[in-house]
Design a protein around this ligand. Structure first.
Ligand code: HEC
Length: 125
């Protein structure tokens, strides 16, 4: 290989390496978004949501059945026919005029994603 061909080859390899690193980071980030961990979400749910939404997600928790409107039933497939983004917004901001408060300041973004992954399990059974 001539000196010039060799430096072109090295330059090309550096470009390829950067592409691999960049793409790898991008893919990891893309798959992390919207992908909560249901197991971690269960702990958060039981501590923060079950009181109203019920241990099985039916909206019949000790404090949820008596609120007006009642706490949402997560086993209702039609109700759960929302994107992760929509659920994220509801959980973050709450629903004005109802007992559903926003959790934007008390749960981290990851915790809210985790809890979404968990409440989706109720309508899959
Ligand atoms: C103090 C009671 C209470 C607690 C605690 C509570 N919620 Fe709610 N939630 C409600 C009520 C009541 C509604 C129904 C609001 C409505 O019908 O518009 C609701 C609605 C929702 C909705 C919207 C459902 C839909 O499709 O419209 C989501 C999502 C939700 N809650 C998630 C959660 C999560 C996750 C937690 C825990 C981090 C939580 N809630 C904690 C009372 C509660």
């Amino acid at each position: 290989m001539s000196q010039e061909a060799r430096s072109k080859f090295i330059f090309l390899m550096i470009v390829v390496m950067f592409l691999i690193i960049f793409l790898g980071a991008y893919i990891t980030k893309a798959s992390a978004a919207g992908k909560g961990n249901a197991e971690a979400g269960k702990k958060i749910y039981d501590a923060r949501c079950g009181l109203c939404h019920g241990a099985a997600g039916k909206g019949d928790g000790p404090a949820g059945a008596s609120t007006n409107p009642k706490a949402a039933d997560f086993t209702d497939k039609a109700k759960m026919n929302k994107s992760d983004d929509e659920l994220f917004k509801l959980i973050s901001d709450g629903v004005k005029g109802t007992a559903m408060m926003g959790f934007a300041s008390s749960l981290s973004e990851q915790e809210r994603q985790d809890v979404i992954a968990y409440i989706r399990t109720f309508s899959k059974k």
